[in-house]
Design a protein around this ligand. Sequence first.
Ligand code: FES
Ligand code: FES
Length: 157
Amino acid sequence: MEILFTLNGKRITVETPPDRRVVDLLREDLGLTGAKECCGSGECGACAILVDGSSRLSCLMAAVQLEDRRVVTIEGLSGEGALHPIQEAFIQAGAIQCGYCTPGMVMATADLLRRNPKPSRTEIREALSGNLCRCTGYQKIVDAVELAAARLQEHGK
Ligand code: FES
Ligand code: FES
């Protein structure tokens, strides 16, 4: 079927089976490999994308659910050629090791800071509880989210 939606700021139409998983549609059909697949069953958060501003797990979504939605992947979070302040904060705080979890962490952070621009460390941990990282021990990820919150407030975003 034809599905019309907005992807990273552009209206697009895709021809796809309605039950195609969104993670496959993005990665295999549209070449956007930023969202990662790890568990494939809603357990790890590596595949997170923003749908109408909320973090959603693309491994659990079917293509038909994108109809008329506004989808942002990690590739479209910032303007061209620039990193988003959340991405800069993750780098500066040393919150990235292998990087596999990072796109999902960044998208979950974008969702959190939209809803709650100044979260406590407890609120950050709760918001990212669905995002697993096997490398960092999480401390630096929480630091990164705090730093990102401060940066976004400075920039008035
Ligand atoms: S790959 Fe989607 S939650 Fe793990
Ligand atoms: S940095 Fe390796 S899984 Fe998080």
